[in-house]
Design a protein around this ligand. Structure first.
Ligand SMILES: *[C@@H]1O[C@H](CO)[C@@H](O)[C@H](O)[C@H]1NC(C)=O
Ligand SMILES: *[C@@H]1O[C@H](CO)[C@@H](O)[C@H](O)[C@H]1NC(C)=O
Length: 204
């Protein structure tokens, strides 16, 4: 009887607290969803990336790794926080869809849904704010009708010197057939220091 209480409370608590609470939990969710392999990245997060999506009514939704959201809740633009790092930045954030047009046949992947640099911690809190326009502005998930849910993966990197002058990806570069691993190698981003992801299915 004495073990029953935690068992009952824990799942409830998981439902109530929406954001990611531990690095191990995020790493496991990424591994279970096969993301490191599909993106060709090493994922050993040292900080929690909180991604919050504003809602037409009510408070913003903060992702926890692997949450499925109705497409209508994902219009964005997202705001970001970093929990558990002493660095104040700058940071680069990228969001990609490895499942386009479908997870079974991802011939257009990755789709770049966001790429921006110069995110800094500015105040006492964990929010990181960008001081320059994004390279690729946020694009709402649009999985095609008939497709299963896609994974939309957000990654944060330490920003290397010279990032602002890179020309490998510009606002006019096609958003499809992106490769975050190869981009990271080319501009010296290294491995991501944090991340999270959501699942979004087509509108019925
Ligand atoms: C900052 O990032 C947001 C996405 O969170 C984006 O919509 C915006 O264009 C970026 N640039 C500036 C200057 O805020
Ligand atoms: C992406 O680039 C990495 C090299 O960084 C490569 O190993 C991988 O095969 C590429 N992925 C695709 C889908 O081309």
């Amino acid at each position: 009887m004495k073990y029953l209480l935690p068992v009952i409370i824990l799942p409830f608590f998981t439902l109530v607290s929406s954001q990611d609470t531990g690095l191990g939990q995020v790493r496991a969710a990424f591994a279970n969803a096969n993301i490191p392999e599909d993106l060709s990245i090493t994922f050993n997060p040292s900080t929690l990336l909180e991604v919050s999506l504003p809602q037409a009514s009510g408070s913003p939704i903060t992702l926890h790794a692997g949450v499925q959201l109705p497409r209508d809740s994902t219009a964005g633009p997202p705001s970001f926080s970093l929990v558990g790092t002493t660095s104040r930045g700058p940071f680069v954030i990228a969001a990609v869809d490895p499942d386009a047009p479908t997870p079974q046949t991802p011939t257009a992947s990755q789709i770049r849904h966001f790429l921006g640099g110069n995110f800094f911690k500015t105040g006492l809190g964990n929010a990181i704010l960008n001081t320059t326009a994004a390279v690729s502005g946020f694009l709402q998930p649009t999985p095609p009708a008939g497709s299963p849910a896609h994974r939309y993966v957000f990654l944060v990197f330490n920003q290397p010197p010279g990032f602002d002058t890179q020309t490998i990806v510009t606002p006019s570069t096609s958003i499809s057939l992106f490769n975050i691993s190869s981009f990271a190698e080319q501009v010296g981003l290294g491995a991501p220091i944090g991340g999270t992801f959501m699942l979004v299915a087509p509108n019925a």
